[in-house]
Write a new protein. Structure first.
Length: 324
């Protein structure tokens, strides 16, 4: 504040030199909160906000300019400068399919057109880069100073998302679910405020979650936002692969397993489907094996030899896609 006052009243001729002399002291708190590389950016953003009362700016004073939203300084629980750098790095590594998905989601988040879909499902086999797409979206949106909520159906999957938590933890989904279940999350709480402010909800491994959980979250968001659109008009991205694990029904039949899947509910029709097909993890020598696994998952061929099935690594055994 003192630095801004000195600049505002013209007490010094060479403002850039004054900044250089006292940069360490002015950035001390921000360096402690973030890092030595990004601390000065936050200090300059804070100074620019104070300079507005004197009808000045960093550019007018020939100081280094920064592009940080003012709201970030009030509740920055992540390093926006670092998020912007990661977003640029991740974006450069996207292939054409991944880039298309990211552009569609960012357009949905920041385009308020009435005809823009709000609900999306990202379908892709293992290795196609779904998690990389999620990370790119998280870094990009956080780099713009906005909130995004990453959740997953399991704790292990949640650890792969930056700041990820389980869906049950975030939305307070009850353990015992039925068709009329509601989430145990009260309005006017910190958790509810977080859901209202978020720009995007990312939900990984969605196919293994019972459809009643999605219906409960749908009711919750509609109640919080006072909006009757699906999920309260919030942009939501579900992701996963229906060839893998489906909802586990205790002593359930094939019919119950199919009925518990999101794909067999009317809510599924509200989702705009996006696809990733290019395997970014398999080596050239493994392409044929990967294609063979997909053919089995899509029931284009059957495993008649139980011995051959037993030889497959456990985490690559297909579930034969009973809901497709």
């Amino acid at each position: 504040m003192l630095f801004a006052m000195i600049c505002g009243f013209g007490e010094v001729e060479d403002v850039p030199d004054l900044w250089v002399q006292h940069q360490v002291s002015l950035c001390e708190d921000f360096v402690h909160r973030y890092s030595e590389q990004t601390g000065p950016h936050y200090a300059l953003a804070d100074i620019e906000e104070l300079l507005t009362s004197y009808n000045l700016s960093l550019q007018k004073l020939h100081l280094p300019t920064v592009d940080l939203p003012a709201s970030v300084l009030e509740r920055a629980n992540f390093d926006v400068v670092e998020e912007q750098a990661k977003a640029n790095s991740y974006t450069m590594q996207l292939n054409s399919e991944q880039r298309n998905v990211v552009e569609i989601l960012l357009s949905a988040v920041y385009n308020n057109a009435a005809d823009t879909p709000k609900c999306y499902f990202l379908d892709g086999p293992a290795g196609t880069g779904k998690t990389f797409v999620y990370s790119t979206l998280l870094h990009t949106i956080r780099g713009r100073g906005d909130d995004v909520i990453p959740v997953a159906s399991t704790g292990i999957a949640a650890t792969l998302l930056i700041g990820g938590r389980t869906a049950h933890s975030v939305f307070k989904i009850p353990i015992d679910l039925n068709a009329t279940s509601t989430c145990n999350l009260k309005p006017n709480t910190k958790e509810a405020d977080m859901l209202l402010k978020t720009k995007l909800i990312v939900w990984d491994e969605a196919p293994m979650t019972h459809v009643h959980a999605f219906l409960a979250v749908d009711r919750l968001l509609q109640d919080l936002t006072k909006c009757k659109e699906p999920f309260g008009g919030k942009v939501i991205l579900l992701g996963g692969d229906f060839r893998q694990v489906l909802p586990v029904i205790l002593r359930g039949s094939r019919t119950l397993t199919v009925a518990s899947s999101l794909k067999k509910h009317a809510l599924w029709l509200k989702f705009h489907k996006l696809y990733l097909t290019k395997n970014m993890r398999a080596l050239e020598s493994e392409r044929d094996f990967g294609a063979w696994l997909l053919d089995i998952g899509e029931k284009k061929m059957w495993l008649n030899d139980s011995v051959a099935f037993a030889m497959l690594p456990f985490n690559t055994r297909p579930c034969t896609s009973i809901v497709q």
